[in-house]
Design a protein around this ligand. Structure first.
Ligand code: HEM
Length: 529
């Protein structure tokens, strides 16, 4: 028994050393894809580190600073940098169009396999985001294309405004708690509670009540029939992301590495989150459809002629997980970032309030129609996504058979290529003063049209975000409501919000003091009573 265990251990170690060190080094020297002509990112003075080892990227991921590290590599080495032995990162808008645009034939890279889970037979489960198969993608995309069409999103507006009004009511009620806790409240958490509730209502037809509870405790329905347990949604989602992304530099080893580290405290967190989605989905299936409201799950269950799609349960759960989760984590990051910069820059806040007060009169929770054409509100949204695109890292794609020319360089088939939205958005030659929050840059009639093309928070082409219409409705609406209802104060004038990048880029917290503004809107059309 002991001999078998040590044999397995030694064999695993030898395999890991071979795949993680020896093989990449040999490939670097052999250079079959002719990649040595490009500079390799480095650190700690190790020459060409990222060119012959995946540990440069693994180190950046471990520090939760993948996108910052790639940005710094571009600043140091130029617009094309090797960030893994077989991975080139580009930082220009033309490359983004070639790699992701509608003309591109580049499938998703191996990275997506590394973040997927295995089924009972050892096959990696693919969802709409992770599948690299064109036909499978088209089939899955068809399920949700109607659900996310603008016409449909507009029908969700009453639910979104109702949830926004309820958020305001709950925040108003927090005033007593605020007195107790140094007068501060973590706005990032509250935006999350609001989005959990809203996403649950849009996805399953029923809210979770987190704004009422004032916490992010979720229940599970364990897959193995064990008793239900509770966990904190925000922390669990992010720890799960940081655990799976840790092994992403070695996609072919990722599943094995996960098994070897299954003792790690974050190893079961993704499953825990999936078990919560499983609970809400089961409850939804038991409730059945309602005639008044068509939730996202109903689009996965039936087509537009009401014909059942008969998806296997694992697929139904996987797609539901993507929709439910995307409408929380990514949206919370952008909305929080916009609020932070507005509070930090009183002149931006003043301009936005002026625009909103003129347009909205005494309406506190506006309709999409009232705010969708407000230029300054849109400019704040664009600047917040430029400053911190939540999917900040480069979305890996594989160069197909026959190779491809990217930014004037011929790249051989099989090479992984990507453009990091974060690096592109902070390229000073494209966006002057990239670290300054300046919504005005989007309003300048003489602005370089290149800027618009280089703003890619939702990616481009056939694999771009399906949830854009929902995001364009949700974030401006909650932003407009919050800035009109409250005056905010940061812990100190020089306080700066900190970020981490477990998988996506997220703020850590946004502690603020809040006061209800002295405004006509306090008579409050739209606050839930
Ligand atoms: C600020 C908010 C959001 C941002 C920045 C964002 C960004 C992105 C990006 C960059 C992709 C491409 C991912 C890749 O190629 O790997 C993507 C895909 C996707 N997003 Fe979003 N997203 C946001 C909100 C949402 C929302 C609210 C939903 C739905 C409720 C959603 C659903 C999806 C889906 C289903 C895909 C896969 C599309 C496909 O491959 O066909 N996203 N998103």
């Amino acid at each position: 028994m002991f001999v078998t265990a040590s044999f397995v251990g030694v064999t695993s170690l030898v395999c890991i050393i071979f795949f993680a060190l020896v093989r990449p080094l040999a490939i670097y020297v052999w250079d079959p894809k002719d990649l040595r002509r490009f500079p390799s990112a480095s650190a700690w003075g190790i020459p060409g580190w990222a060119g012959w080892s995946n540990f440069w990227l693994a180190r950046a991921i471990l520090k939760q600073a993948k996108s910052h590290s790639v940005l710094h590599a571009h600043e140091k080495y130029g617009p094309i940098v090797r960030i893994q032995p077989d991975h080139l990162s580009f930082s220009d808008g033309e490359a983004a169009k070639t790699i992701y645009g509608f003309q591109s034939r580049m499938p998703k890279g191996k990275f997506y396999e590394s973040i997927g889970d295995e089924d009972a037979h050892g096959h990696i489960l693919k969802n709409l985001v992770t599948t690299d198969d064109r036909e499978e993608h088209q089939r899955k995309r068809k399920y949700v294309s109607n659900a996310f069409a603008l016409k449909k999103i507009l029908t969700l507006e009453p639910a979104i405004t109702r949830r926004t009004g309820h958020l305001i009511k709950c925040l108003d009620n927090q005033r007593e708690a605020l007195q107790a806790d140094n007068g501060q409240l973590d706005l990032y958490r509250w935006i999350n509670y609001f989005l959990y509730d809203t996403s649950a209502e849009l996805t399953f037809g029923e809210t979770l009540g987190l704004c009422d509870k004032g916490n992010d405790v979720l229940d599970t329905l364990p897959f193995d029939g064990s008793p239900s347990c509770q966990f904190e949604g925000i922390e669990t989602f992010q720890s799960a992301g940081s655990y799976i992304s840790l092994f992403s530099p070695w996609p072919s080893l990722a599943q094995k590495l996960r098994k070897l580290t299954s003792w790690h405290r974050d190893a079961s967190k993704g499953k825990k989150f999936a078990e919560a989605v499983h609970l809400y989905l089961q409850q939804r299936l038991k409730r059945g459809d309602t005639s008044e409201f068509r939730d996202f799950v109903s689009y996965l269950l039936r087509d537009s002629h009401q014909k059942p799609r008969d998806l296997e349960y694992a697929e139904l759960l996987g797609e539901t997980f993507v929709i439910f989760g995307s409408a929380i984590d990514l949206v919370a990051s952008v909305a929080t970032n916009a609020m932070y910069h507005l509070i930090k820059n009183p002149e931006c806040m003043r301009k936005l309030r002026e625009e909103l007060d003129d347009a909205l009169g005494d309406t506190l929770v506006p309709t999409n129609d009232q705010i969708c054409r407000l230029p300054y509100l849109r400019a704040v949204f664009d600047e917040a996504t430029r400053d911190r695109p939540p999917i900040a890292h480069g979305l890996a794609r594989t160069v197909p058979e026959g190779g491809a020319t990217i930014s004037g360089h011929f790249i051989k088939a099989g090479t992984t290529v990507s453009v990091s939205a974060f690096a592109l958005h902070h390229d000073a030659s494209i966006f002057p003063e990239p670290w300054a929050f300046r919504p005005e840059r989007w309003l300048d009639a003489n602005a370089d049209p290149l800027w618009r093309e280089c703003l890619v928070p939702f990616s481009l082409g056939p694999r771009a975000c399906t949830g854009r219409n929902l995001t364009f409705t949700l974030i401006p609406l909650v932003m407009a409501t919050l800035v009109r209802r409250y005056d905010f104060e940061l812990p100190s004038p020089d306080w700066e919000m900190e970020w981490r990048e477990p998988l996506n880029m997220s703020p850590i917290s946004l502690p603020v003091k809040m006061k209800i503004r002295n405004l006509k809107a306090n008579e409050a059309k739209g606050i839930d009573s």
